[in-house]
Design a protein around this ligand. Structure first.
Ligand SMILES: [Zn+2]
Length: 129
């Protein structure tokens, strides 16, 4: 991670950078790609900072594909991830087992992610990543 770019972007200049690069993007495909990745990271960090305790986004890499954990996919404010609870009922935690297990509205982490999941209150959700 190049700290210079990170600081640059964090100082609210990223829109200016993007505009400049877009003009000659044929010449800077790699730089553009790198910049987009950085912007996504910064956006994610800002989003994490700005969420309340009840709607906190967690980096789910720690829980990724862990066999001993519940295999239910969690919403994680649109970023998805694996439930961090212990699997005690057929591969699910008690909560997700009670809420439908294999029929849980966000599916399981060993299966495909539903494209437009609909929760228990019939609300359509759109992933942010
Ligand atoms: Zn669970």
């Amino acid at each position: 991670m190049n700290n210079y770019y990170l600081q640059f972007i964090k100082n609210h200049l990223r829109d200016d950078i993007l505009q400049e690069i877009t003009v000659d993007k044929e010449n800077y495909p790699l730089l553009l790609k790198e910049l987009n990745i950085l912007i996504q990271k910064v956006d994610f960090e800002e989003k994490v900072k700005n969420t309340s305790k009840t709607h906190m986004i967690r980096d789910r890499v720690l829980y990724k594909d862990r066999d001993n954990l519940c295999k239910a996919r969690v919403w994680n404010e649109g970023y998805g991830g694996q439930c961090s609870q212990k699997a005690s009922c057929n591969g699910f935690c008690k909560t997700h087992f009670k809420k439908g297990g294999i029929n849980w509205w966000l599916g399981t982490i060993d299966g495909p992610r539903p494209e437009r999941p609909i929760n228990e209150r019939d609300k359509i959700h759109v992933w942010l990543n």
